[in-house]
Design a binder for this molecule. Structure first.
Ligand SMILES: Nc1nc2c(ncn2[C@@H]2O[C@H](COP(=O)(O)OP(=O)(O)OP(=O)(O)O)[C@@H](O)[C@H]2O)c(=O)[nH]1
Ligand SMILES: [Mg+2]
Length: 223
């Protein structure tokens, strides 16, 4: 179901799309390619770059340039639908301008990360989510709260139920994981979200409540 290419490019310079994008299968049939713009947000150090690279390439790279903001272009085939992903891995201090930019450059999905060993990052994630939902009118179905670093149990400052409660209050998706422990949890978070997004686009928008009843009744924690 994955991957054809992996190209970090400069921040906010999302590559222009050729329209219409069509992919030819081996059997000669063609299928349109859907572009999905994704923004990864959260306080510095919560694991945004680690999550992005892990979900796209399975690799875990311990240290990243802290000021480097990158967009990764990646191609996947999911349930017969070709997707061209542009994943914006934000870096540095969050600002309203930066978040506005993510919205205005047309992000379809927002992953907001916090670290389970840093309560202030959870508070910042909460503010970020509220800003996206209330001020920027982002659909909660397009917002996913992710608690990272669940492997560091002895340093834990945010319990899983707190993340789940916040997500329920905001009606957004929620996962808790450890990016460092394996690639499958990060990929599950990405692909489950993409699958839901593509289905919603295909079959019309179900009610948000129905959507989150589905999401929240599935296994919430992949940790
Ligand atoms: N133990 C543990 N460490 C992690 C995990 N995820 C990321 N890290 C580490 O946390 C540190 C920060 O990760 P980054 O991916 O650079 O965080 P970031 O959010 O991109 O940080 P900025 O780009 O500075 O905003 C690195 O040392 C990672 O190796 C995890 O699940 N568990
Ligand atoms: Mg980073």
């Amino acid at each position: 179901m994955e991957k054809c290419s992996y190209h970090p490019t400069a921040a906010y310079e999302r590559p222009p799309l050729k329209s219409p994008m069509v992919k030819r299968r081996k059997n000669g049939t063609t299928s349109s390619v859907k572009n999905v713009q994704i923004a990864v947000l959260g306080k510095d150090g919560v694991g945004k770059s680690a999550f992005t690279v892990r979900a796209l390439t399975r690799r875990f790279i311990g240290e990243y340039d802290k000021t480097l903001e990158s967009t990764y272009r990646h191609h996947v085939e999911l349930d017969g639908q070709f997707l061209s992903l542009d994943v914006l891995d934000t870096a540095g201090k969050n600002s309203l301008e930066k978040i506005d930019n993510c919205v205005h450059t047309g992000s379809d999905l927002f992953f907001v990360l916090y670290s389970t060993i840093d309560r202030s990052s959870f508070e910042e994630a909460s503010l970020l989510c509220q800003y996206l939902l209330k001020t920027k009118n982002v659909n909660p179905a397009c917002l996913i709260l992710v608690g990272n670093k669940s492997d560091l149990k002895h340093f834990r400052e945010v319990d899983e139920y707190e993340g789940r409660l916040l997500a329920q209050a905001l009606e957004c998706g929620f996962y808790q994981l450890s990016v460092s422990e394996g690639f499958d949890d990060s990929q599950n978070v990405l692909y489950s979200t993409l699958r839901q997004y593509v289905n919603t686009q295909k079959h019309g928008s179900p009610s948000i409540r129905l959507f989150f009843d589905n999401v929240l009744s599935r296994k919430k924690s992949v940790a």
